[in-house]
Structures are given as structure tokens and as C-alpha cells.
Design a protein. Structure first.
Length: 146
């Protein structure tokens, strides 16, 4: 007789696997000279062109001064630019990715995808089907948690 899976038991088994995968994916970008946090900010800036530093800080749940430090580093590295959002308020500055920022994001995605694809190729067909079947429910689980 098969019993229904217990969410706590599944969570205890799933958590270390997700942590391990996440750790490996973070390591894949070390050669690009950016941190996982910087990649996360670059994605937000790419997805919200012209976003302000305070808006970015709110999205990342950090202070504006802290976010300014992070953005300064990205700008110094040539990954983002600051542009005035309105002539009427010269303090309002929007953030945009540079070509180099776009290149870094593309390289990060490519390297992470290649690492993951290599591991998935080691699975047999049934295991790969099971992983694929888990993608949609995991995505829904994450969306509900926002």
C-alpha cells in the first residue's frame, strides 16, 4: 500500500538537493568576474530598463545606500550605466545594461545551462522524464511563495 508523500519529508529531502544545485550553478559564473548577487541585479535591470536605485533596493529588500554601493560596482565594471530619467528632476536616475552587461548575462546563462545539461545527460530516460515532470509543479510552488 502506497502512502501519500508528506510535505515535511519531501522538504527535508529536496532542500539539500536544491542547495547543492544552487551552489554549483553559482560557481559556474566565477570565471566571469561577477557574483551571483550581481547577476541577479543585472537581470532585474535588464527586465526593468530605467529602474531607479531606490526601486531596485525595494525589489531586493535592502536599503537604498546599500544598493547604491552595489550599483556603483556594476557601473565601475562597465556593466550598467546611469541615465537621467527626467529633465525636470535631475536626481532621478535610471539604470540600463551596457553591451558588456548583456554579454555577461548571456555568458552566465550559457555556462549554467551547459553545467546543468551535462548532469542531466547522465540520467537515464525515465529519470530525465521525472525531472522534467517536476519543473512545472516546482515553478508553481515558487510563484505561490511570492
Amino acid at each position: 500500500m502506497k502512502t501519500e508523500p508528506d510535505p515535511l519529508t519531501v522538504a527535508n529531502r529536496l532542500r539539500p538537493v536544491l542547495v547543492h544545485v544552487s551552489r554549483h550553478l553559482r560557481r559556474e559564473i566565477e570565471s566571469l568576474g561577477v557574483t551571483p548577487g550581481q547577476v541577479s541585479l543585472l537581470v532585474l535591470i535588464r527586465d526593468h530598463p530605467g529602474v531607479g536605485t531606490s526601486d531596485l533596493a525595494a525589489r531586493e529588500r535592502t536599503s537604498t545606500p546599500t544598493m547604491c554601493v552595489h550599483v556603483d560596482r556594476l557601473e565601475h565594471a562597465g556593466l550598467v550605466t546611469r541615465t537621467r530619467r527626467a529633465e525636470s528632476d535631475r536626481r532621478r536616475v535610471g539604470l540600463h545594461l551596457t553591451e558588456e552587461g548583456e554579454r555577461v548575462l548571456l555568458a552566465a546563462r550559457s555556462q549554467r545551462t551547459a553545467w546543468l545539461a551535462t548532469r542531466l545527460r547522465a540520467l537515464d530516460d525515465e529519470e530525465l522524464r521525472l525531472v522534467e515532470a517536476a519543473i512545472e509543479p516546482l515553478g508553481r510552488m515558487l510563484e505561490r511563495g511570492r
